[in-house]
Design a protein around this ligand. Structure first.
Ligand code: NAD
Length: 474
């Protein structure tokens, strides 16, 4: 399918003393003490429990990666929270602490894991099947990975047509299933000794569903749960269960899941932050780098043809038209929002945008994303750009999962963020970022990065960076 444009608050709950701890941390990291923290941020004390519906390629690459890094076998390449810095003050100040030293994040040693899947494989078996990481590395991590076993899933074949598995919960109604998930959450918290939890959806892409009556309020959603309404997909049952337990929920797939009025209501009420949708990994990452460059230089766009071949289970699931439509919606919206054809009709008013995903088993997780981009310049002269990204899907996704887990936990501990609902400052990680109703999403990768870092500066009472810079010439 293709698109062608015609025109183109909450009370501060954390104790004050914890803020002082953070100031101390900041001093240690070489940055000056801040002027005033905005609200309070509770310290990241104790274990952080990571709960993952969908223990497939992305989830296992993430968990195995964390364990490999903890053992000193590898580095957290691609993770902003682990490797990134944040500049504070003027360019001449020389203050650029690491993000993980600037704000209080959980340490990797404090992460504990559980998950749900329709298959019975533990994380070692699932990672071996996914074939993303080297078997020798997985063997070194075997005792740990084998200990993470999947809890029975809430699953319905009608929402993911290409797969079926035996490890599935039974219940009379979807509300019963939600209750079973809530029991799982409480059980994990107790048995793991975690002081805090985060849910990270890494499950398959579900069939396309448009928001309907059942999704408009908590009342109508709960009625629909009790009546087994088909408008409620399994991912929504996990989201509901998490939020009822006050647990933040991040959505790595393009399913609506938490992008619904009911979830926003629940999230705000129970101070369980939400964000999504769809990890921004390969082709869309490139799109959100290149398109802003064309717009910055006022270069026109006639067409953008994107095609992918991939052979993992995700590719197989996306071979179903229902699941593909969900993904397609997520991938298509990007150009429209970045290029703003309404504002620049001569440049972007008649662009043709097409996205294809082709299941091709020999490639496994090593996706190839091709882009043919037809642009035009001065006096309308045409030019072409070809991008051929031979990427590794789950290698790009795993550090995003890590960052989201740590930053969603931060949001939950932060008095200014936890009651907001949608965490738009995490748009950086998503193809189809969630925003407040009526607000268009920001897709430009570098604006998203600035938004994320400025949010951290704001939380710590540091000056926001505007890049004005006139003061250097006074
Ligand atoms: N890898 C990337 O670059 C990337 C980028 C963006 C989005 N995503 C999305 O992330 C998700 C995971 O990708 P993947 O490559 O790990 O896929 P995968 O197929 O390897 O893993 C998904 C797992 O989810 C399980 N599952 C499906 N429905 C479930 C349910 N209701 N409850 C529990 N488990 C369930 C499946 O059995 C499978 O093991 C997909 O939705 C994919 O579209 C991935």
């Amino acid at each position: 399918m293709a698109t062608r444009n015609k025109s183109a608050k909450t009370a501060a709950k954390g104790p004050r003393v914890e803020v002082k701890n953070e100031i101390r941390n900041e001093r240690k990291s070489g940055s000056k003490p801040n002027r005033r923290d905005n609200g309070t941020i509770q310290t990241a004390k104790g274990k952080l429990g990571v709960m993952i519906p969908g223990m497939g390629a992305v989830a296992t690459t993430f968990v195995a990666g964390v364990e490999a890094i903890r053992k000193g076998l590898a580095k957290p390449i691609g993770s902003l929270t682990q490797m990134g810095t944040v500049r504070l003050g003027k360019r001449t100040d020389g203050r650029s602490p690491k993000i993980k030293e600037f704000v209080p994040l959980a340490g990797l040693d404090d992460l504990v894991f559980t998950g749900w899947d329709i298959f019975e494989d533990n994380m070692y078996e699932a990672a071996s099947n996914a074939g993303v990481l080297d078997q020798r590395l997985l063997d070194q991590l075997k005792p740990f990975l084998s200990s993470v076993t999947p809890r029975p899933a809430v699953f319905d074949h009608n929402y993911v047509k290409k797969i079926d598995g035996p490890n599935v919960k039974k219940g009379k109604t979807k509300m019963d299933l939600a209750e079973q998930l809530r029991d799982d959450i409480r059980d994990f918290k107790k048995t793991s000794g975690a002081s805090r939890l985060v849910t990270m959806w890494c499950g398959s892409t579900e069939s396309y569903i448009a928001a309907g009556e059942a999704h408009q309020s908590v009342k109508s959603f709960e009625k629909a749960l009790r009546e087994n309404d088909e408008m409620i997909a399994p991912s929504m049952v996990y989201a509901y269960a998490s939020m009822m337990e006050g647990v933040p929920f991040a959505n790595g797939a393009p399913n609506l899941t938490v992008d619904l009025p009911v979830m926003l209501e629940l999230s705000r009420k129970n101070e369980a932050p939400i964000c999504g949708k769809d990890f921004k990994t390969g082709q869309t990452l490139m799109k959100t780098v290149l398109a802003p460059a064309f717009k910055a230089r006022m270069l026109g766009l006639n067409g953008w043809f994107s095609t992918n071949i991939l052979g993992n289970r995700d590719g197989e699931v996306l071979d179903d038209p229902g699941s593909f439509k969900t993904k397609e919606e997520s991938k298509l919206s990007v150009l429209e929002h970045i290029l703003q054809p309404d504002l620049y009709p001569e440049l972007y008013g008649d662009m043709y945008h097409k996205v294809r995903i082709n299941y091709y088993p020999p490639r496994g997780d090593n996706k190839e994303g091709w882009d043919n981009i037809d642009i035009f310049g001065w006096l309308g002269y045409p030019m072409q750009i070809k991008v051929d990204f031979l990427c590794r899907d789950s290698i790009l996704a795993a550090p995003i999962v890590l960052d989201l887990v740590l930053l969603m936990d931060l949001a939950k501990r932060c008095s200014e963020l936890r009651g907001l609902g949608i965490q738009e400052w995490l748009s950086f990680y998503f193809k189809s970022p969630m925003t407040a109703p009526g607000l268009y999403p920001e897709h430009d990768l570098f604006i998203q990065l600035m938004k994320l870092k400025n949010t951290l500066r704001h939380l710590k009472g540091e000056e926001l960076i505007t890049h004005l810079g006139l003061e250097y010439y006074d």
